[in-house]
Design a protein around this ligand. Structure first.
Ligand code: IPE
Ligand code: IPE
Ligand code: MG
Length: 249
């Protein structure tokens, strides 16, 4: 339980004291190292990481975060050994089936960032069902970045805009920052205010390249399977103290 939870005994800082980000992005990293440290196969790290994902996404929804983007699988992650990719697909399937079962009393709206048609057809179908059946939910938007890469997303956007230019639907002067944003997977959503990367790596790894122009980054050394609501609280408190200048003074 995090310090913002209703049941917590630590009431020093409450939700009303701090400015919450509207949109949080999390690069869920460190599953493999977590497993290695324990002498376990990497698959055990992914299994534990999947549990952390469930816990943290629920917590974000509970404390009133409006948009949460979870980086689950990059366009580059296909280069991992087949056995590892297969394991990840199995955990994705488990989660997507579970989410569908629980949707009845859920308020979270799920969206997928990335080309979902690259996945095995049964997974793609589950993704479409999850998106469709939760579309009318009015709670937190949970973006699952799967087969996502910031560069691939921009290539996709440029292709769509080129088609419109060629057909005359758009002219050169229509191209501006808003138009580009409107052709990204996150169209209509605010840019992430805060991006959290556990496992101590200081890089974006192709996450939300366009959208993160002015995001605050928070690096945590903890490995993703060990990530708790307390770690998130710390990031939120630190975020609330930062001064975002957006190029101004
Ligand atoms: C994140 O953990 C999960 C995915 C990228 C799918 P990693 O598997 O990258 O774990 P490390 O970085 O090897 O520890
Ligand atoms: C980023 O982690 C991708 C996800 C968390 C899904 P990686 O482990 O793939 O990134 P690198 O290889 O350390 O940059
Ligand atoms: Mg990694």
């Amino acid at each position: 339980m995090g310090i913002f939870s209703k049941n917590s005994s630590d009431r020093e800082i409450t939700l009303s004291d701090i400015k919450l980000p509207e949109h949080i992005g999390i690069i869920m990293d460190g599953n493999g190292r977590w497993a290695k440290k324990r002498g376990l196969p990497r698959s055990a790290g992914h299994k534990a990481g999947a549990q952390t994902f469930r816990k943290i996404s629920r917590y974000c929804s509970d404390i009133g975060i409006k948009y949460l983007t979870m980086y689950a699988f990059s366009t580059e992650n296909w280069s991992r050994p087949k056995e590892e990719v297969d394991t990840l697909m199995r955990y994705f399937k488990d989660y997507l089936e579970e989410a569908l079962r629980d949707f009845g009393d859920d308020t979270i709206s799920v969206k997928f960032l990335g080309d979902i048609y690259r996945f095995p057809p049964e997974l793609t179908e589950l993704m479409i069902k999850n998106e469709t059946l939760s579309a009318a939910h009015t709670g937190m938007v949970l973006n699952l970045a799967m087969n996502y890469g910031g560069r691939a997303e921009l290539v996709n956007a440029f292709r769509q805009m080129s088609d419109k230019l060629l057909s005359g639907e758009l002219s050169k002067d229509d191209i501006d920052e808003k138009l580009i944003s409107d052709h990204l997977y996150t169209r209509g959503q605010p840019d992430p205010d805060l991006i959290i990367r556990p496992s101590g790596e200081h890089r974006t790894s192709n996450f939300l390249l366009w959208q993160s122009a002015y995001s605050e980054y928070y690096i945590d050394d903890v490995l993703w399977p060990d990530y708790t609501t307390e770690h998130l609280d710390k990031a939120l408190i630190e975020y609330s103290k930062r001064s975002r200048r957006f190029g101004g003074v």
